[in-house]
Each structure stands twice: as structure tokens, then as C-alpha cells.
Ligand binder design. Structure first.
Ligand SMILES: C[S@@+](CC[C@H](N)C(=O)[O-])C[C@H]1O[C@@H](n2cnc3c(N)ncnc32)[C@H](O)[C@@H]1O
Length: 248
């Protein structure tokens, strides 16, 4: 999705875009964020959207940079967080070199590394990592490829349990899945990058970040299916949540 697409989503953002912080039932993001906080420290929310985490960040850090490619989303974020005076709003494209915000002690980046285009995505990944000061931390949330495949398995399992013969279980959901070998899954026809744990370790290490923790942020099956059956329990769908330190 490009700048125009994200601007178009702004008004319906709350209905359309899954709210990760609100579904972080174990409070993993908040607890790690508080661990790295301090009044003399700086933070950035890269791809901040409509600013769901800004009041939390503003309460924990001396200065916060809210960065997004969508001016519509930024305007909504600013309106929603008008009480937080230490937040600076920056309209910037993370796939391009940093402009308008400095490197900071802690970068929060929730579901921003989604772009299906390799060149754009690598730019976003590079500039996210470079925005972390040496000795600083990155808190990253990305979609998990394994979770998307598990969801397909569950869908098939559900069909079989309902009595659909194996030969009639639909093999394709949501259109052709071109690029799945690169972790690209089409969600509502939008090619969306999903990640392997090992891939994240390599991508971050290449950019001078050491993975300190990697967790599954688990969600209920109702986030994937309308009215999932009662038997559908663990393992649950998840996003990857990574805590990484910039070591060089
Ligand atoms: C799925 S939303 C997540 C928003 C927010 N982090 C949240 O969890 O609510 C992705 C956000 O990344 C922003 N984004 C996508 N590509 C970007 C880019 N190249 N530069 C800056 N922001 C980008 C979008 O505008 C959107 O607000």
C-alpha cells in the first residue's frame, strides 16, 4: 500500500486495522517499553498510524517522534493525543533516508514492515534499524508466516469437521497467493509481508541489531474467523514481537 492507500484507510482505521496494543493481553509491549523508558530518553513510533501507542510513549519518554507516511493518519493521531505535549509529528516515508526525526533510544514499530514490494520493504527495514541509536532498542511487531499457514490449516480442519469431503475443500482462499514463497500473503487482496523467526534474526543481525527476546503475541481465533467453533483453541494465531538491541 502506498501513501494514498493509507490516507484512504485513516477514517476507518479503527475498524479495518487490527489493534495490536489493545490485544497484547500479557502486556508484553508495555512492559518492555517501560523497561527502556526515562525522562531523558527519546522514542519514535515508526508507522504510528492513528497514534494508538502515543500517550503511553509520551508518558514514559522525554521526547517522542510520531512518524508516518500518511498525513491523514498523522492528523488523527495528533487530534487524539493533543494532551501529550512532548510528541512531534513527522510526515515521512520510511523507505527513504531519515528526514525530520533523529535517531532515538527506543523505536517502536508495529506492523509497518508489511509492504509487498521488496525494494520498498528493504528501505523501510534499513531506516527503521538506523533510527535506533547504538545501545538503544527496537520493539518490533510483524505478522508471522507460520500463523498465516496455521490459519489455513484451521480453515481446512473446520471444513472437514463440518463434513466437507477433502476433494471439495477449497484450496485457495482470498484469491491466488502469488509470492507465498517470499512470505507474501494476500489479505483482502493486499500483498502483505509475513515473517519467519529465523528471517527476522538474520535481517536484524545484518543491520547491527542483536535479538534479545522474541515472543509470540497470541490472539484469540475470533481475530481470524467470525464465530470460530468452541473446539478451536491453542495453538492460537500470533504476530512476532521482537526486542532487539543495536550493538554496532
Ligand atoms: C498496519 S498500520 C499500523 C499502524 C500502527 N503502528 C498501529 O499499530 O496501529 C501501518 C502503518 O504504517 C504506515 N506506513 C506504511 N508504509 C510506510 C512508509 N513507507 N513510511 C512511513 N509509514 C508507513 C501506514 O501509513 C500505517 O499507518
Amino acid at each position: 500500500m502506498n501513501e494514498k492507500d493509507w490516507d484512504g484507510v485513516a477514517i476507518t482505521f479503527e475498524e479495518e486495522i487490527f489493534n495490536v496494543p489493545a490485544n497484547d493481553r500479557k502486556g508484553l509491549i508495555r512492559s518492555r517499553l517501560e523497561r527502556f523508558a526515562g525522562p531523558a530518553r527519546t522514542a519514535a513510533d515508526l508507522g504510528c498510524g492513528v497514534g494508538r501507542t502515543l500517550s503511553l510513549l509520551a508518558g514514559c519518554f522525554g521526547r517522542v517522534y510520531a512518524v508516518d507516511i500518511s498525513s491523514e493518519c498523522l492528523a488523527m493521531a495528533e487530534e487524539a493525543n493533543s494532551g501529550s505535549k512532548n510528541v512531534r509529528y513527522v510526515h515521512a516515508d520510511l523507505s527513504a533516508p531519515r528526514k525530520g526525526y533523529p535517531s532515538v533510544d527506543m523505536v517502536l514499530c508495529i506492523n509497518t514492515w508489511l509492504n509487498g514490494d521488496l525494494g520498498i520493504r528493504l528501505g523501510i527495514i534499513d531506516h527503521t534499524c538506523r533510527a535506533v541509536k547504538r545501545g538503544g532498542h527496537l520493539l518490533l511487531v510483524v505478522p508471522a508466516l507460520g500463523s498465516a499457514l496455521l490459519t489455513t490449516f484451521r480453515r481446512v480442519q473446520w471444513e472437514l469437521r463440518e463434513g466437507t469431503p477433502a476433494a471439495h475443500v477449497p484450496s485457495v482462499v482470498d484469491g491466488p497467493q502469488e509470492g507465498v514463497e517470499h512470505g507474501i500473503i494476500h489479505i483482502d487482496q493486499v500483498p502483505t509481508k509475513h515473517y519467519l523467526k529465523e528471517e527476522l534474526e538474520v535481517l536484524l543481525a545484518e543491520r547491527g541489531l542483536r535479538v534479545a527476546e522474541m515472543h509470540k503475541l497470541e490472539y484469540p481465533w475470533s481475530t481470524e474467523f467470525e464465530e470460530p467453533p468452541r473446539w478451536m483453541r491453542a495453538p492460537y494465531p500470533w504476530d512476532w514481537f521482537v526486542v532487539a538491541e543495536r550493538v554496532r
